[in-house]
Design a protein around this ligand. Structure first.
Ligand code: AFP
Length: 321
């Protein structure tokens, strides 16, 4: 039988991280079971509340958030939890030896659920020294992440993680995530660009220019095709496997970008870099940005090294101070 997720993390890293990632995977298996029967029960549709981002919470958002939060509450190694769905971080003050902070988007792309399109769970795991202020430790640059993972609820359910020694994928089978790809590498160059082209007129001109030049083959020396699902995990997973680039620029509606730094851009940038890819906010490497608040947004250009560098070359890079 293929190696389990727990065995893999334990062998390459340590038992505490293996227990944490395994518990998250159990939560994801419960979420996937609910997604699989979404059309049959009272599972689809809006829950009737808005989250901190001003977005309509779906019933499955609430279920996924409650499931993952309960997982974290039960783990004595977790010092704090940050969720897209909750305004404030949850700090566990009675755990002086806790050493992880779990930051997650419980169900990314949830507006796609009602039309049966892939959704995902994204988790960033940061470290905090025992006894240190967990609230302050939440705002670390992404380069300090201990691990990052996502779960893609698609035709099969796949969990991809890194803890700094490569990127590995596990496929859910019989309630267990089993190793399906080890030491994954993103192609250095792909053939797809991925952006909501409805935003081009409302974005900085350079993004429209980049798309034009991907199309006519003058940016990276070949003509590109377009792919855009509108579920970040689906678009990222394709980019990890096939190469290419995903772009979400600043727009008039979202002047700082739409995607969230701590629980979307950071974990997937860690995975992209570990797979040999790259990620920037158009100006800086994503993993070097110091967050100013837990729900901070960022523009994002992520994918193969060739395309991310080429888009970066079109943008006026401001040197870091
Ligand atoms: P929802 O979780 O509200 O569906 O948003 C999904 C998302 O954050 C991310 O998964 C997509 O990449 C992005 O939004 C799509 O945004 P646009 O609909 O503006 O293209």
């Amino acid at each position: 039988m293929a190696m389990t997720l727990f065995q893999h993390v334990r062998q390459r890293h340590n038992a505490d991280l293996a227990a944490l990632i395994n518990a998250i995977a159990d939560g994801a298996a419960a979420i996937e079971a609910k997604i699989r029967i979404a059309g049959l029960g009272d599972v689809l549709g809006a829950a009737g509340n808005e989250n901190i981002q001003g977005e309509q919470q779906q019933k499955l958002d609430v279920f996924a958030n409650d499931t993952l939060t309960d997982v974290m509450k039960a783990l004595p190694t977790v010092a704090a939890v940050v969720s897209e769905e909750d305004d404030q971080p949850l700090i566990f003050t009675d755990r002086p030896n806790a050493k992880f902070i779990a930051i997650f988007d419980p169900l990314d792309g949830s507006s796609n659920i009602d039309v049966n399109v892939n959704v995902g769970t994204i988790v960033s795991i940061q470290g905090v020294k025992p006894g240190a202020d967990a609230r302050a430790a939440i705002l670390q640059p992404g380069s300090e992440q201990v691990a990052a993972l996502y779960v893609n609820y698609g035709p099969s359910t796949i969990l991809v993680y890194t803890a700094g020694k490569g990127v590995h994928a596990f496929t859910l089978s019989g309630g267990e995530f089993l190793l399906s790809s080890e030491d994954m590498l993103m192609p250095e160059q792909g053939t797809y660009y991925s952006m909501n082209e409805g935003n081009i007129g409302d974005s900085e001109k350079v993004y429209g220019k980049a798309i034009d030049r991907f199309r006519d083959g003058t940016l990276v020396g070949q003509k590109y095709s377009s792919r855009y699902v509108g579920s970040f995990i689906a678009d990222f997973h394709r980019t990890l496997l096939k190469g290419g680039v995903f772009l979400y620029p600043p727009t008039k509606k979202a002047p700082n970008g739409k995607l969230r730094l701590l629980y979307e851009a950071n974990p997937l940038s860690f995975i992209a870099e570990q797979a040999g890819g790259a990620a920037s906010n158009g100006r800086y490497r994503i993993l070097e940005i110091t967050p100013t608040e837990p729900h901070m947004r960022t523009p994002l250009v992520i994918g193969s090294l060739s395309e991310v560098s080429a888009v970066g070359g079109l943008i006026t890079i401001t040197p870091r101070e």
